[in-house]
Design a protein around this ligand. Structure first.
Ligand code: F6P
Length: 324
């Protein structure tokens, strides 16, 4: 393997730049050429490449976003799109690729490898943490801290006005951010996609909280929670059923995807980048690197995207006890 390409794909996450830096510098360390692909699979289809040397990635370990840009490519889902992508890889004499992204990006990698036997290693980068084969995805820790900081601020105004706040955090299909940020910020109730707690239970716990003498409350709601109502309707529902509450809604949105990566994410990115390149140089492919018991491990990408990274339900119990 003489030349390795690196791309960031799907929703960006803090730590992606640190991972690019790690891949590029590990290539330089092993005297292997490195090429950056802009805009994920979109840039691969367009042949939008840039040569990267160890100096190209100076001063990016601390930067949010991704210097290579990112995209969710529809064209790569087509055979024609993938054929164009393969032509560009051949034309530039690229022997292997590191894909930094989430499950959508890895699904693309699996299909591409089946068709062209092209060596690929994945690095899990998504704030959602919904990838099997790693306890932490890149950006999750930073996003959690961002969410907790925001909820802390909301608590200040909630408490000044004796209000109930519904705070929506990201996570279409996974409640990792909601559950952990909820416990970390001391939320009264946490609604996640993995479990339907039911609206009655929420009303009950809000009543309990009033009876216990609390004058303000925070409910953290994951984007994809199972209540069947959006966060604004949830707030309305509670106001209708518990008139003693004055409710407000705050949707944190994409701010959770930005910002300087935490130290944890920078270290994780550095470790995963090294491992990804070393696996490729060792002739391995179709693996995703990840973290387990603080060791860097690898998992078949096809396994990683099957799901099964379950959230820790014990945290719901902890949260419940904490609202006493
Ligand atoms: O997968 C990361 C994520 O931020 C999800 O939490 C969220 O549902 C989704 O991406 C939003 O995607 P987009 O930025 O394309 O609207």
């Amino acid at each position: 393997i003489k030349k390795i390409a690196v791309m960031t794909s799907g929703g960006d996450s803090p730590g992606m730049n640190a991972a690019i830096r790690s891949v590029v510098r590990t290539c330089a360390y092993y005297r292997t050429s490195c090429v950056g692909i802009y805009r994920g699979y979109e840039g691969l289809i367009d042949g939008d490449f840039i040569d990267l040397t160890a100096r190209s990635v100076n001063n990016i370990i601390n930067k949010g976003g991704t210097i290579l840009k990112s995209a969710r490519s529809k064209e790569f889902r087509t055979k024609e799109g993938r054929a164009k992508a393969y032509e560009h890889l051949k034309e530039h004499k690229i022997d292997a690729m590191v894909v930094i992204g989430g499950d959508g990006s890895f699904t693309g990698a699996v299909v591409f490898n089946e068709e062209y036997k092209f060596p690929i290693i994945g690095i899990p980068g998504t704030i959602d943490n919904d990838i099997f084969g790693t306890t932490h995805t890149l950006g999750y820790d930073t996003a959690l801290n961002t969410a907790v900081e925001a909820i802390d601020k909301i608590r200040d105004t909630a408490s000044s006005h004796n209000r109930l706040f519904f705070v929506e955090v990201m996570g279409r299909d996974a409640g990792f951010i909601a559950l952990n940020a909820g416990v970390g910020a001391g939320a009264e109730e946490i609604l996640i996609p993995e479990e339907d707690l039911g609206l009655d239970r929420m009303l009950e716990s809000l009543k309990k909280s009033r009876r216990a003498g609390k004058s303000s409350s925070i409910v953290v709601v994951a984007e994809g929670d199972k209540s069947g109502r959006n966060v604004y309707d949830l707030a309305k529902y509670v106001e209708e059923n518990l008139p003693e509450y004055e409710a407000r809604v705050s949707v944190l949105g994409h701010m959770q995807r930005g910002g300087a990566p935490s130290c944890f994410d920078r270290v994780l990115a550095s470790r995963l980048g090294v491992k990804a390149v070393e696996l490729l140089l060792d002739g391995q492919t179709n693996l995703m690197v990840g973290l387990k018991n603080n060791e860097v491990i690898s998992t078949e990408i096809s396994e990683a995207i099957k799901g099964g990274h379950t959230i820790n339900m014990e945290l719901l119990r902890v949260s419940d006890i904490m609202t006493t």
